[in-house]
Every structure is written in structure tokens, then in C-alpha cells.
Write a protein that binds this ligand. Structure first.
Ligand code: TRP
Ligand code: SF4
Length: 326
């Protein structure tokens, strides 16, 4: 019996290479070794985007197309949409009854986001309760492992505390899920900040080869290099940061040539663009294929939901019994 993994992503529309190296690549590797449940966290999207839902459906579709074109295979893993299983909302409700507000308020992601986002009011019940719903996402399907980035660890820890509290009140039922940290690579955006669509600094998986070349050409390199023969400092160069991911086999050569002033930044960038584009060759073919029949994406999500529904229903009937709402 394979161990079960549950993980989700908020629907962000088309994915960028930061999403790929941060999570998706890891998911694709895990799908062979585990019983993987990967879902689109559309209800979680509402925690911050409750007032802009007009693109929600297309964001879901585009993200799932990217997942599959990149290598998530619905015959190996289960893909579904969170909101197709309303059981998760009910489980989340029971958890919300037993979770002290102070646990939620001291969550670092919560505190940070409250400070960071000033364009809209996110001092809502739903946003505060984000980790509660996330916990329900996992234990509804008895997920044993949860691949997440480091930023999500507090949510996982909070989730384990909620599970303990549930078991304490209603008898041992849920096991505590464990985080598996991926050896994710942090990818910086073309301007040196964290790669993010909202910063306009992302290289998207679905960008054309020309667009990728253009974006890379715009990237900041070592400011100390003015002439081609000036010795460079690769460690301060964004292009070099991406070479470390995309040009592993020639990284020593690039380091040496940059430091010795034997390669120009223009040439170095061209090489990077070639490598990034090469890595996306199969993806492009597959994406074009799936795009011909995007309805298929919804069918896959629906059949994923039908597959996991019995598990969700069974968990809920057990939970209701324990809470005596049966
Ligand atoms: N919070 C996660 C993120 O922002 C998304 C998510 C929602 C999730 N529910 C989950 C991840 C359950 C793992 C397990 O990326
Ligand atoms: Fe960066 Fe390459 Fe220029 Fe060196 S040669 S500074 S690594 S772009």
C-alpha cells in the first residue's frame, strides 16, 4: 500500500517557472511513489480574492493545464477541485468550533499577510481561518504526508494541534499529517524580487520562446560589468541564479568565463534562454494538445472528485458520529 499524500494549490492561472521549481516538479516526482491527491484550492482562493472571482474558472483551468502539460498524470495521481467536495467545508466547521482564535492569530503567515496586503480588507473570518480549512483538506482524506514549502510549515503545525484537540474531545480518530519539505529551489523574478505574477517579474511556463528570450535579455546582471572583458561576479547576477538551475552541466565553465571576463552577458543570456526553452519543448507540445480540448480538464477534475468522494463521505460520517451530529 502506497502512503497517501495530499497537497493543494490556490488557482493562480498560468504558472511560472518559480511555481514549477517550488512545488510542481516535486509533485511530479512524488506521483510514482505515493498515492497522491492533488487539488485546486479554489475556496482558499476566496480568502483573499473574494471580490474578484470573475477569472476563477479560467485560473483553475489554466493551472490544471500547466500541471498536466508539465507531467502530472491523472492516471498516476488524483486531481480534483476542493469545492467539488463540500464535505471539506463541514469538517472545517467542526474544526473551527475547537480552534482557539489565538492559535490562528499567532500564525506567522497571517500576521505577515495582514501587514503586507493593504489594497483590500483581509481581516475576515475566512482569511483568519485559512489554516483550519487547510487542515480539513488534508485529514478529510487521511493524508499522511503533505509536501509543502517552508512557508507553509506553521500551517501544518497548527493543523497537527487541531487534530490533537479533535482527538482529545471526540476520541482518537485522525492521525497527525506530516510535512515533507521539498528540496525546492527558490526562483527569483527578473527584477530580483521573489517571482510573482503580481510583480510582473515572472517567466511563465506558457511564454513563447521569443518572450522568454526578451524577458531574460531585460534581466539585471553584475553591474560591475560594462565591457565584455570586465571580470564578473556571478553570485550577484540573476542570470547566473537561473543558470544554476538550467545549465547545471556547464555551470563551472560559466563561472570561470564570467569571472575571467571571457563571456559577455549578451551571450550568457542567450545560452540561458536556449536552456529554458529547451526544458519547455515537451511541455509546449502537450499544452497545445490539451488546449484543443479544454473541457477535458473539467472532466478530469470531476472524475477525480468522484474518486475521492467516498473517502470524504466516510470520514464525515465517522466525524458526525463522534461529534454526535449524526
Ligand atoms: N496553503 C497552500 C498554499 O498556499 C495551499 C493549500 C490549501 C494546501 N490546502 C492545502 C497545501 C492542503 C497543502 C495541503 O500553497
Ligand atoms: Fe551574469 Fe553571465 Fe554576465 Fe556573468 S556573464 S554577469 S553570469 S550574465
Amino acid at each position: 500500500m502506497k502512503k497517501r499524500i495530499v497537497s493543494g494549490n490556490r488557482p493562480t492561472g498560468k504558472l511560472h517557472i518559480g511555481h514549477y521549481h517550488g512545488a510542481l516538479k516535486n509533485w511530479i516526482e512524488l506521483q510514482d511513489k505515493y498515492d497522491c491527491f492533488f487539488f485546486v484550492a479554489d475556496w482558499h482562493a476566496l480568502t483573499t480574492k473574494y471580490d474578484e472571482t470573475e477569472n476563477l474558472r479560467s485560473d483553475i483551468k489554466e493551472m490544471v493545464i500547466d500541471w498536466m502539460a508539465m507531467g502530472l498524470d491523472p492516471s498516476k495521481c488524483t486531481l480534483y477541485r476542493q469545492s467539488d467536495l463540500p464535505e471539506v467545508a463541514e469538517l472545517s466547521l467542526y474544526f473551527s468550533m475547537i480552534t482557539p482564535i489565538s492559535w490562528l492569530e499567532r500564525c506567522p503567515t497571517y500576521k505577515e499577510m495582514l501587514k503586507e496586503i493593504d489594497s483590500k480588507d483581509i481581516s475576515t473570518h475566512g482569511f483568519l481561518g485559512y489554516p483550519i480549512l487547510q487542515t480539513a483538506d488534508i485529514v478529510l482524506y487521511h493524508g499522511e504526508f503533505v509536501p509543502v514549502g517552508e512557508d507553509q510549515l506553521p500551517h501544518l503545525e497548527l493543523g497537527r494541534e487541531i487534530v490533537r484537540r479533535f482527538n482529545y474531545f471526540y476520541g482518537q480518530y485522525f492521525s497527525e499529517p506530516q510535512a515533507v519539505l521539498s528540496q525546492a529551489k527558490r526562483v527569483l523574478g527578473t527584477d530580483g524580487r521573489k517571482m510573482s505574477k503580481s510583480y510582473g517579474n515572472s517567466i511563465d511556463l506558457s511564454d513563447s520562446p521569443e518572450k522568454i528570450l526578451k524577458k531574460i535579455q531585460m534581466m539585471i546582471t553584475d553591474p560591475a560589468r560594462i565591457k565584455r572583458t570586465d571580470p564578473g561576479h556571478p553570485d550577484v547576477c540573476l542570470v547566473y541564479g537561473l543558470h544554476k538551475i538550467y545549465t547545471v552541466d556547464r555551470i563551472n565553465e560559466i563561472t570561470k568565463k564570467c569571472k575571467a571576463g571571457e563571456i559577455g552577458c549578451v551571450e550568457c543570456k542567450k545560452l540561458l534562454a536556449e536552456r529554458v526553452n529547451e526544458s519547455l519543448t515537451d511541455f509546449r507540445v502537450r499544452r497545445a494538445e490539451i488546449e484543443k480540448n479544454p473541457e477535458k480538464v473539467w472532466e478530469i477534475l470531476k472524475s477525480g472528485a468522484e474518486k475521492v468522494r467516498p473517502i470524504a463521505q466516510k470520514t464525515l460520517s465517522e466525524v458526525r458520529k463522534r461529534v454526535r451530529i449524526d
